[in-house]
Write a new protein. Sequence first.
Length: 255
Amino acid sequence: MFPAATTGCDGGSLVAYLFNGIDDVIRVLKCTAAGCSQLKDIVNPILGFSGHTTIALGVDGFPVITAISRNNPRRIHFVHCKSIDCSSYDAPILIDNTAGGSDRGKYASMSIGSDGLPIISYYDENNTNLKVLKCQTVKCDEETSVVIDQGPEGAEISTSLTIGVDGYPLVAYSFTEGGVRKIKIVKCGNGSCSDGSGNPIISAVFPDTESGEFVSATIGVDGLPIIAYVRYTQINRLRIIHCGSENCVPFWTRR
């Protein structure tokens, strides 16, 4: 469940996913040209894991992984692997350990910033916030987080974060408003989505008036964002937004 994939420094694929065994571990699958057979389990012995998994390749060449703990508090944890197949890893650490609430870290998306350090977008369900967390070290034992958007009460916000050609994050996300799932795009004004005082700098916010979910963002070969999502109509359809600028406004085409 909740699979996430990236490419290792050796060119092989790395897949992390929730394995619903006795301990609810995060299982890492290491693939080579010969196939995918190396399985390693990451254990959170006290809290377990419940999914919403992400994986990326750190600046040191080793995978970094996030997932939500299974038991209260259900919050986002960060794992730094110490080998390419994650056969050894640092103990999972709780990030965004601010006071109050649980269910922090759902629908997470992680990329590596232009400084080589992880940056993560996720949903804080307790406060219905879209948040971005910037790791200050490769192990993410130092971090800062900011609120990018405040959803209405009862909202569910799924996220996808990518890094633009300017080195600044772009976050695409779907949220519930008036019972309809909509798409928004936020372009950050610096590498951590903050001006240094905790306030997000949003260069552009693009609302899609159609109902959509399961959003995914990347940067095309032309350096411009591409957003994919499922449009909910009488027939569910995959839709693609090809942005006409780095901020995805004012010009875009929908296919």
